[in-house]
Design a protein around this ligand. Structure first.
Ligand code: TXA
Ligand code: MG
Length: 319
């Protein structure tokens, strides 16, 4: 099979039908979401889910997000407390992942949760991918479509270049709108806990529901994927630099002179959208200096990803 067979436009006639067929046959399909591209497989098939771990070279202890096409579909697999239903009704389809108790006999392959008794569920905003999920009528496990520890892909071409020979189909729906992965919150009797910041902020959740979002105690790793280093370019990354040192590539923010600008107008949503592509473009072997990003609103999620990009890399990094 050549690359051109693997990459198809999601709008092309028959593309979704072909993707449905592949998923039902236990194959790997790269799907667009509003955040980043995902590496999708049937979450009810251990064999299919194991292919995700092996294609990504992902450690088996790091669980996967299950994608659904509606709140009702999510409720087939998890016990959704009222606050979960409320959050889903307010923010779905959209970049919010809810970690809830897994239902007994949910049918979800145990490899998806890496043995946990919780499941992360999310309904993505991309209409083509929701269509794919609805047509398969299967929960779809999909981590970001990058090799474990590398930058998440915001374009189909990036996935093709790094994983084109490891997947059965890539649905191209253009560059993603949001650019960084979904916000993840855990919901249990104690309320809402933020596990991964994203463009839906704790303030957004408070404003929509009146619920205060607790922050994860950093000494306990409740999201196994929250290890210090991932989203890593190959080059060394220096943060909060007002100007680059000699021989560094400079990623800027705002109206400054730089090699790659996250947002000339200083818009944090635009910066999030450009973040991973900017790191990828800057990753040419020279060290990378990054301008300070305000630590408010979406800036919190951007700084989270940058901190991980700059962290020392352990042997087994995250996802
Ligand atoms: O925007 C996104 O969320 C993208 C798109 C493709 O949907 N997906 C994504 O998946 O970022 P991934 O696998 O790269 O990150 C999922 C994170 C990991 O840090 C994992 O540890 C955490 O979710 N996670 C999954 N299931 C969990 C669970 N039951 N409890 C706690 N954390 C969980
Ligand atoms: Mg990932």
């Amino acid at each position: 099979m050549t690359f051109s067979d693997v990459l198809v436009s999601a709008s092309q006639d028959g593309a979704i039908a072909r993707a449905v067929e592949k998923i039902l046959a236990g194959k790997l399909v790269v799907v667009p979401t509003e955040t980043v591209y995902g590496l999708a497989a049937d979450a009810t098939s251990s064999e299919a889910v194991l292919k995700i771990y092996s294609a990504k070279e992902r450690p088996s202890f790091n669980p996967l997000i299950c994608h659904v096409s509606s709140v009702d579909m999510a409720a087939r697999f998890v016990d959704m407390p009222d606050i979960g239903v409320n959050l889903a009704e307010k923010f779905w389809p959209g970049p919010l992942t809810l970690v809830c108790s897994l239902k007994p006999k949910s049918g979800i392959a145990e490899e998806v949760t890496a043995g946990l008794n919780t499941l992360a569920v999310r309904c993505p905003a991309n209409a083509k991918t929701r269509q794919l999920i609805a047509k398969t009528n299967k929960p779809i496990a999909a981590p970001s479509a990058n090799l474990s520890g590398k930058l998440s892909p915001t374009r189909a071409e990036t996935v093709q270049a790094s994983m084109g020979d490891r997947v059965d189909l890539i649905l191209d729906d253009g560059p993603t709108n949001i650019g960084i992965e979904s916000t993840i919150v855990a919901i249990d009797d104690s309320g809402i806990t933020l596990l991964r910041p994203g463009t839906i902020t704790a303030d957004d959740i408070f404003n929509a529901t009146g619920e205060t979002v607790k922050h994860r105690n950093s000494s306990t790793i409740t999201a196994p994927g929250q290890l210090a280093s991932h989203y890593a370019p190959d080059a060394e990354v220096f943060l909060e630099q007002s100007r680059p040192a000699e021989g560094q590539i400079f990623i800027g923010f705002g109206d400054i002179e730089c090699d790659v600008n996250l947002s000339r107008s200083g818009d944090l949503h635009e910066a999030a959208k450009n973040l991973f592509e900017a790191l990828r473009q800057a990753d040419k072997g020279l060290p990378i200096a990054v301008a300070p990003i305000p630590h408010t609103g979406v800036g919190i999620a951007i700084n989270d990803r940058l901190k991980r990009a700059a962290a020392a890399r352990p042997e087994a990094s995250d996802d």
